[in-house]
Design a protein around this ligand. Structure first.
Ligand SMILES: [Fe+2]
Length: 474
């Protein structure tokens, strides 16, 4: 009899659809049951799907034609049996795109569980943020390369090893409970593949981890296979990403090509597809960038998004500019943040031309109320700056960063953080920088005239849980 080893998880939620996800331990059929009555008297089988070994026995039941702003009760089974009443959990569909509705959401990133209370940030969200409409997980949902923590005792280099790290990391009971109760949107950062990895060229036939990572592994006596990244290893890591994070997300804007025969991601230079997607919660529009799979960094070339993703992002910004009063752009890597002596060159500050391109675009087009959501740093912050808009108009832009859920703290960030150096920006200001485990809450309210009022609160654990807030008006 098949057993569910990960999930249930509420993915890709919108005003009228949901992707219910789980992973089993063997070939089986995932069945999704849905009710609208709190007593579950109208529970019905809403759909089913076969879980194949080719996807690590992970899969989704996509349910469509739901009503907006409606509570549904769901349960998943992989053993063919009918769920018991206590297995049902509620989720609430989003408002129709465009409808002005206040809401709150949670976000954060970086989960490297250790032995001591690894899921305490997730537990805090469960206990204290019951009205969160959804959660965004902005990367490093696993640390495939951290051999002391990933449950393998080695750097993951094969498809099955990457899958095993997901099984180990996501079995955390607090994380599992959170994902069964709060709808989630995910994007990957570097550690789903390897530390600070990037392509060596635009043909994408060669990738590498930085010299400091190779050195640490060489000193640690790790074998050559753990210091090299052939393209097939990235295909395997991204397949595991797809099985756990991608398949339940909203549809990718331009999906990556897959090879005929193997079904693997192709990852050839000419493939313009990426893992970027969008979603909407009422009057708020979200663009989730793929800042990892297109990334090339060498002496001559620094590419973060790739031309096709650029085109989609800028077209989307023009589409939502006047229609959605508030826009969030999710970036696994920090965008406005800069650190003195940052040798990793792994953040947007290491891709200055591309960062300026976005900032000048926002300024020239007069696109207001843009908030960047970021992770990766193992430090939480709020940064504001101003863009010179058309006709002398001053346009504020904000970056909210929340990380880690659980990881070592980046103590240097607080000391070395400097003002953003981009020529597009004026009055760059760091409002706070917090070096503790944390997650962010974003509260979106609207004035009578429809103008957004956005408040960012970092919930962090010093000796006890504390908060630090910043309102972004005026
Ligand atoms: Fe991280």
């Amino acid at each position: 009899m098949a057993k569910m080893i990960l999930g249930p998880l509420i993915g890709g939620l919108s005003h009228n659809s949901v992707n219910l996800w789980a992973r089993a331990d063997s070939r089986s059929v995932l069945s999704a049951w849905i009710a609208t009555q709190p007593d579950l008297s109208d529970a019905r089988l809403a759909g089913k799907t076969t879980l194949w070994s080719a996807n690590a026995f992970a899969g989704i039941v996509a349910i469509k034609k739901l009503k907006p702003e409606t509570i549904y009760y769901y349960a998943l089974r992989v053993d063919g049996n009918k769920p018991a009443k206590k297995e049902y959990r509620p989720f609430k569909t989003f408002p129709k795109p465009g409808k002005v509705t206040p809401f709150r959401f949670a976000f954060g990133s970086c989960f490297r569980p250790d032995k001591k209370n690894p899921g305490e940030a997730f537990r805090h969200i469960l206990d204290h943020q019951k009205d969160a409409a959804f959660l965004m997980m902005l990367g490093d949902q696993i640390y495939a390369d951290e051999w002391k923590y990933n449950g393998l005792g080695k750097v993951a280099v094969t498809r099955d090893e990457y899958r095993q790290v997901y099984a180990n990391t996501w079995s955390d009971p607090d994380l599992r409970e959170l994902l069964s109760k709060v709808p989630v949107f995910m994007t990957l950062d570097d550690h789903e593949v390897d530390n600070d990895w990037r392509w060596a060229n635009t043909a994408r036939n060669e990738a590498f981890v930085p010299w400091y990572t190779r050195l640490i592994r060489w000193l640690g006596g790790r074998p050559l296979a753990e210091r090299r990244i052939p393209r097939q290893r990235i295909r395997d890591a991204l397949q595991a990403y797809w099985e756990h994070q991608g398949m339940h997300a909203p549809k990718m804007l331009l999906p990556m090509e897959r090879q005929k025969g193997t079904g693997d991601f192709n990852l050839m230079g000419e493939d313009a597809g990426s893992l970027a997607y969008t979603f909407y919660y009422g009057a708020a529009a979200f663009f989730v960038m793929d800042t990892r799979t297109m990334r090339v960094h060498n002496k001559e070339t620094q590419i973060m998004l790739g031309e096709t993703q650029w085109k989609m992002l800028t077209e989307w910004l023009m589409d939502v500019k006047d229609v959605y009063p508030v826009k969030f752009i999710a970036s696994s890597s920090a965008f406005l943040f800069e650190m003195f002596g940052d040798i990793a060159n792994d953040r947007w500050s290491g891709f200055k031309a591309e960062r300026d391109r976005l900032l000048f675009f926002l300024a020239e087009q007069g696109i207001e109320n843009v908030y960047i959501l970021a992770g990766d740093l193992h430090e939480a912050h709020a940064i504001s700056a101003e863009l010179p808009g058309p006709n002398g108009k001053v346009i504020p832009i904000w970056e909210f960063c929340a990380t880690p859920f659980k990881q070592g703290i980046n103590w240097m960030a607080k000391l070395l953080i400097v003002k953003s150096s981009s020529k597009a920006l004026r009055n760059s200001r760091v409002h706070f920088s917090i070096g503790h485990i944390n997650y962010g809450m974003v509260d979106v309210q609207f004035n009578k005239d429809g103008k957004p009022r956005v408040t960012y609160t970092v919930n962090y654990k010093d000796k006890t849980w504390q908060t630090q807030s910043i309102g972004t008006e005026g």
